[in-house]
Each structure stands twice: as C-alpha cells, then as structure tokens.
Write a protein that binds this ligand. Structure first.
Ligand code: URA
Length: 186
C-alpha cells in the first residue's frame, strides 16, 4: 500500500476527471496520519482550492468552533473530502467525479485506520454510509461499517445558512467526543 505522501503525489497529478482542468490545487487532506477520528466533507471550495487544504474557508472556521467547543484538537484528527478538486461554482459533485476520486479516500482510510469516520453533510453520508441517507432524520446516529463506527452531522456550510440547527450540531459533536473518549479508554 502507498504511504499518504505517495498517495498525495498521485492525487496532485490526477487527471481522472475534468476537474483537474480548473483546480488551483488538489486538496488531498490534512491532519494527524494516525488519527482515531476522521472527518469527510464533500469537495473543496474556493479557499480550499487556493490554499490546498480542506475546510479553511468560512465553513471550516465554523467547524473549528465546534471542534473547540467539544475539546477536540484539529491537529489530532484527519480531515478530507469525497472530491479532491473544486467543482466549478461549488456545485455538487457529479457521480462520475465521485467515482473517479473515491479510491483516494478509500486508500486514505485504509492507511489512517481511524476508529470513527464522521461525514460532514449529506453528500458524504450518502456516498459513505448509505444511498438513502437522510441527514435531517439520521444525523448523529451511529452506523457500524466494517472496522469503523460512522455517523453524519450537518455540513458547516449548511449551518451558516441555517443557524438554528447549530444546537443539533453541538449535541452530535458532544456525542462524537464521548464516543471517541470511550474508544480511546479501550
Ligand atoms: N466544504 C467541504 O465540503 N469541504 C471543504 O473542504 C470545504 C468546504
């Protein structure tokens, strides 16, 4: 199996779909390569494309606030996306783009071997948990998939538009932190 560095190099040279033509940077992922907790978003936005790092724009700053609120260090977790290149005007990923990109995420997960994978928003939840995932009904619920415990929370970009849902997000993030603490106590 590749190392994360080797995988990053492949990813930055990838021309598997048309998004490589418009990207500034491939946004591979960032954080602790030995993380127990991994977050997976949808696709890079403008700031992420410019900086080459996931969740560094307004949505990322809101995610940082929730991490801080539940006492999780961003440096301790790993953050990636389903797509590694920004879709034009932040449109939703196309099925063929997800298919072209998903093996990078699969390999990242296999290398990092987190205990918990948290999907940020419904695009990731539908792709990684189940095709009929309903974020309003099923956010915060746990799913056991292979070696991993998985759940989904609202996407922070959605919370910027729907601030009343932040209360639900805090409840879910506290539950994720409690689950993480329990797993790490072993
Ligand atoms: N939204 C995402 O889904 N991912 C990012 O990296 C930034 C915004």
């Amino acid at each position: 199996m590749d190392t994360l560095d080797a995988l990053y190099k492949k990813c930055s040279e990838c021309e598997g779909c048309s998004l490589h033509q418009t990207r500034t940077n491939c946004v591979f992922g960032s954080g602790n390569p030995n993380a127990d907790l991994m977050f997976v978003g949808e696709a890079p936005g403008e700031q992420e494309d410019l900086q080459g790092k996931p969740f560094v724009g307004r949505a990322g700053q809101l995610l940082d606030k929730f991490l801080y609120a539940v006492d999780i260090n961003r440096e301790d977790v790993y953050i990636a996306n389903i797509l590694k290149c920004r879709p034009p005007k932040n449109r939703n990923p196309l099925p063929e783009e997800e298919e072209a990109c998903i093996d990078f995420l699969r390999d990242q997960v296999n290398i990092i071997q987190p205990q918990i994978i948290v999907c940020l928003g419904s695009v990731a939840a539908v792709k990684l948990i189940k095709p009929d995932f309903k974020i309003t009904r099923e956010h915060g619920q746990w799913f056991k998939k292979g070696n991993f415990l998985m759940c989904a929370v609202y996407h922070p970009a959605f919370l910027l538009r729907a601030p009343r849902k932040k209360e639900d997000m805090l409840v879910d993030m506290k539950a994720i932190k409690a689950q993480l603490d329990e797993l790490q106590r072993g």
